[in-house]
Design a protein around this ligand. Structure first.
Ligand SMILES: CC(C)(COP(=O)(O)OP(=O)(O)OC[C@H]1O[C@@H](n2cnc3c(N)ncnc32)[C@H](O)[C@@H]1OP(=O)(O)O)[C@@H](O)C(=O)NCCC(=O)NCCS
Length: 184
């Protein structure tokens, strides 16, 4: 689905949340490589994003606009793209189509300013408007800011996959599964 542009004030800055256009695919490929390189808390390394083609990203953008139960939201601060948030149904089966899978990432320079909370509220409102019964996500162990934000919105830890992430330096981090029942 398409999110019509919405404007917010973050201090003295203007935040716009909207769906991206197909023509912004190249920008979103660069975004993915950058956010994946900025922290240990993304699901892949920056070098692994280089295989994503502009055509793949265009398809990703279009599918999130055309599917009624999916949405990709980009955030612009004073006209500059700074982050993304998205959701889609967990799977195509009727048995799990009531569950939304959620993701969000902002460039590190723009974190800690209340932008994530603003984006996440819009994302959750849109998920609820779509009729999903629950929302879920995975956060990597140690990502205290993200975990705190999800808890603020009513998500709770429901499980862990020990050592789910193995880094190039030989260290590991768990995946923490978080869940929110949207009907309560
Ligand atoms: C996770 C993320 C989306 C949060 O957005 P944000 O704009 O940085 O967060 P906000 O400024 O809106 O603040 C969120 C909350 O975390 C709190 N917080 C900030 N830093 C924190 C820290 N180090 N530990 C715990 N809580 C922290 C804030 O105080 C705020 O809580 P409050 O409302 O109780 O005051 C953003 O930091 C991000 O994209 N990080 C990099 C990529 C990433 O980790 N994505 C999530 C993958 S699961």
């Amino acid at each position: 689905m398409r999110l019509q542009p919405r404007e917010y004030e973050i201090g003295e800055h203007k935040l716009v949340l909207r769906s991206p256009e197909k023509e912004e695919a190249e920008m979103l490929c660069s975004y993915l490589a950058r956010v994946c390189g900025e922290t240990r808390f993304m699901m892949q390394g920056a070098d692994e994003c280089k295989d994503l083609s502009i055509e793949d990203e265009e398809q990703f953008i279009l599918s999130h606009i055309e599917e009624p139960d999916a949405c990709l939201i980009i955030a612009e601060l004073d006209g500059q793209h700074i982050g993304n948030a998205s959701f889609n149904a967990v799977g195509p089966s009727r048995r799990n189509h009531h569950r939304a899978n959620v993701g969000i990432a902002i460039y590190l320079d723009y974190t800690g300013k209340g932008i994530g909370k603003t984006m996440f509220q819009v994302l959750l409102d849109t998920i609820e408007a779509c009729g999903f019964e629950s929302a879920e996500l995975t956060v990597i162990e140690g990502n205290e800011r993200a975990k705190h934000m999800y808890e603020t919105f009513g998500f709770a830890e429901v499980g862990r996959i020990p050592k789910a992430n193995k880094y190039d330096d030989g260290t590991y981090a768990d995946d923490i599964l978080m869940y929110k029942d949207l009907r309560t």
